[in-house]
Design a protein around this ligand. Structure first.
Ligand SMILES: [Zn+2]
Length: 93
């Protein structure tokens, strides 16, 4: 995961989230040339992928590759879970 450059204000927020036990603190942050990695200690692979899934889903990204999803499901009016390429892949199966 590429670290995200953050400002002092964002750093404060990350620390506040960390203190509160908020999962929003989780991430890889770049601050003044230092990399801060916040992740759960000894989290299982399934937990990690569930977290990634939720992060992508909440961000409107394809849960497989992280591409921005623009198409909505006409039935539900919500964004698809997958990008066009991955949706086609699943349809073919
Ligand atoms: Zn995809």
């Amino acid at each position: 995961m590429e670290p995200r450059k953050i400002t002092p204000d964002t750093l404060k927020r990350v620390i506040a989230d960390l203190k509160a036990g908020n999962e929003k603190a989780i991430g890889t942050w770049l601050f003044k040339g230092y990399r801060l990695q916040v992740s759960r200690y000894k989290s299982s692979g399934t937990e990690r992928s569930a977290l990634l899934y939720r992060k992508r889903r909440d961000g409107g990204l394809c849960v497989r590759c992280g591409t921005k999803v623009t198409r909505k499901n006409p039935l539900t009016g919500t964004l698809y879970r997958l990008c066009d390429a991955h949706r086609k892949e699943i349809d073919r199966k």
